[in-house]
Design a binder for this molecule. Structure first.
Ligand SMILES: CC(C)(COP(=O)(O)OP(=O)(O)OC[C@H]1O[C@@H](n2cnc3c(N)ncnc32)[C@H](O)[C@@H]1OP(=O)(O)O)[C@@H](O)C(=O)NCCC(=O)NCCS
Length: 269
């Protein structure tokens, strides 16, 4: 098995309307791709029982940032609250290397997010452009400081766990700014966040989101895709292994969590 996930039709890269996923999975006679409407109007007017998978937009950010905080409470950013996460997620939508997809359930509300994926098609280029964008960095820093002011416990925890490594990194930083990816280094895509609401899990939504991401980044020229997930019970190591991703290395975070890196070489479907 490859880590490409289910095969995707190229003409539904941006908008895919899914039948109620439990019906897809439970009915082997139902071909998912054969029944998918391909036009934008199908996405805006899905029939009852359909979910919509489409590119993430700015209007989705309130829902995706809340989902991030509640469903992916790992690391520093979610502990700064939904407002900060929303600002940070927007940097992906503003970036030419950012990739964002949502699955929504229009039966609940037009913007009811069931799951989302956020990542980049070229992590080095994305990070280089972001750190060079002073206005965005200042906005992120301001939102982060505002969040810390009303969360003194988080601020204290950050000081305890991050102060030393950050200072060390700053002191040993090269005088020249980090160069963008050189011509010889490969383009690596990264899944930064993936989450599906608990009531919708094990219906194929996560797999579909990952498959769309891989097709997207393959077309954008990525040689391989990477991600990090916790090896603990709250992580998704089993999910990625089920999809054929390979484990590489693992590291201990300042919060004491063990993160494992997985990679996958996107295959054309
Ligand atoms: C991980 C997550 C995104 C999976 O989403 P999902 O929609 O439930 O996944 P799918 O239904 O597409 O699952 C695809 C396959 O993986 C399996 N699977 C799903 N979660 C799994 C897990 N945690 N461990 C092992 N296998 C898993 C499914 O059973 C399915 O296999 P099958 O086709 O043989 O039935 C979801 O559980 C989640 O949001 N978890 C919390 C957040 C998180 O950990 N995100 C990842 C951080 S990068």
């Amino acid at each position: 098995m490859t880590c490409g996930g289910p095969s995707l039709r190229p003409d539904i890269e941006v908008v895919e309307v899914m039948r109620l996923l439990s019906r897809i999975k439970n009915s082997p006679s139902t071909s998912t791709t054969a029944s998918l409407p391909t036009s934008d109007s199908a996405a805006t007017n899905p029939t009852p029982g359909q979910l919509v998978l489409r590119l993430m937009t700015e209007e989705d950010l309130p829902a995706t940032s809340r989902a991030h905080v509640s469903l992916l409470p790992f690391g520093m950013f979610p502990s700064l609250g939904a407002r900060f996460v929303r600002r940070w997620q927007r940097t992906f939508l503003d970036s030419r290397h950012g990739v964002g997809y949502v699955v929504i359930d229009p039966a609940v509300a037009p913007g009811a997010v069931v799951g989302f994926l956020l990542g980049t098609s070229d992590q080095t280029a994305h990070a280089t452009a972001l750190t060079a964008d002073r206005r965005t960095m200042a906005s992120l820093a301001g939102t982060g400081c505002a969040a810390l002011c009303v969360r003194p416990r988080v601020a204290a925890r950050l000081l305890r766990s991050r102060f030393r490594p950050w200072t060390r990194r700053l002191l040993h930083r090269p005088v020249e700014p980090a160069a963008a990816r050189s011509f010889t280094s490969p383009q690596v895509a990264v899944i930064t966040a993936l989450a599906v609401h608990p009531g919708w899990r094990k219906n194929g939504i996560g797999e579909r989101l990952v498959a769309h991401f891989l097709e997207h980044v393959r077309t954008a020229g990525a040689r391989w895709a990477e991600l990090q997930t916790s090896v603990g019970p709250l992580g998704a190591a089993g999910f990625y292994e089920r999809l054929g991703w390979r484990a590489r290395s693992q590291r201990l975070t300042p919060d004491g969590d063990v993160l494992r890196t997985y990679y996958c070489i996107p295959q054309s479907s």
